[in-house]
Design a protein. Structure first.
Length: 245
């Protein structure tokens, strides 16, 4: 059973993004908040800006292409080295460069978020996956802290149980997720059982690890998070099932 990937609505101001970072200004407030307009401006192509790819340190990046994202009413970028070579998100199976979504802020190796700077999230990585699952941090839902829910999704998707940035999963591992906001609803999938309840700082209650070999890490680094049943612990924002192994 594959991970669920619902369509989401994402709107960004590409002109503000490119202009600000081409001249080294701070991230514009409309972009940081999630600008409610989509602008495709081909004059952005060729600009060299300052930003990060995923969790990498900030560096000079070149916008090689920009287009509408048909899945989210937003923008997708091809980002390369400043010389226009080497697409920094890699190549897809069809031989085309993997595109990226622009995100306000940066993540350090522990996966803690800072509002400073700019990150391009490769669409084959977890930063983009959590947006496409419906947890865009700039979205507005009454009574829901979407920034916290997005950060929780990152912890869950990476199986970052201890909230220290160390992942405990493998690419392509199927999961079933749901949340307190009703963005994703619980489904019964044969063979899957409860794995953990999650918050922005990692798991708050772990019934078992996604892969058995990772239990020892949890027992050593955050044993207080282990729990023998599927209790929905206080403070959890998101939950997941997976296949026992």
């Amino acid at each position: 059973m594959p991970e669920r990937t619902p369509q989401t609505r994402r709107r960004r101001s590409g002109i503000l993004l490119a202009a600000a970072f081409a001249i080294g200004l701070p991230l514009p407030a409309p972009l940081a908040a999630g600008a409610r307009e989509t602008v495709v401006d081909q004059s952005q192509v060729g600009l060299v800006i300052h930003g990060s790819i995923g969790q990498e340190p900030a560096r000079a990046l070149k916008i090689a292409a920009v287009r509408d994202d048909p899945d989210s009413d937003g923008l997708l970028y091809v980002i390369t080295d400043p010389d226009g070579q080497n697409p920094l998100c890699g190549m897809a199976a069809d031989g085309k460069p993997v595109e990226a979504l622009p995100l306000a802020g940066t993540w350090n190796p522990r996966m803690d978020w800072s509002p400073e700077g700019l990150t391009f999230a490769c669409t084959n990585g977890v930063l983009a996956k959590c947006i496409r699952w419906g947890y865009a941090p700039w979205a507005r839902r009454p009574g829901v802290d979407m920034r916290a829910l997005y950060q929780t999704c990152l912890r869950m998707a990476r199986a970052d149980y201890c909230g220290d940035g160390v992942p405990h999963t493998e690419e392509g591992t199927p999961i079933n997720l749901w949340d307190i906001a009703g963005i994703q609803n619980p489904d019964k999938i044969d063979g899957m059982t409860f794995e953990a309840a999650w918050g922005p700082n990692g798991a708050v209650a772990i019934a078992r690890t996604r892969w058995p070999q990772d239990l020892a890490y949890v027992q050593t680094h955050c044993p207080d998070r282990l729990q023998v049943n599927d209790a929905r612990s206080e403070g959890a924002l998101l939950y997941n099932d997976s296949f026992p192994r």
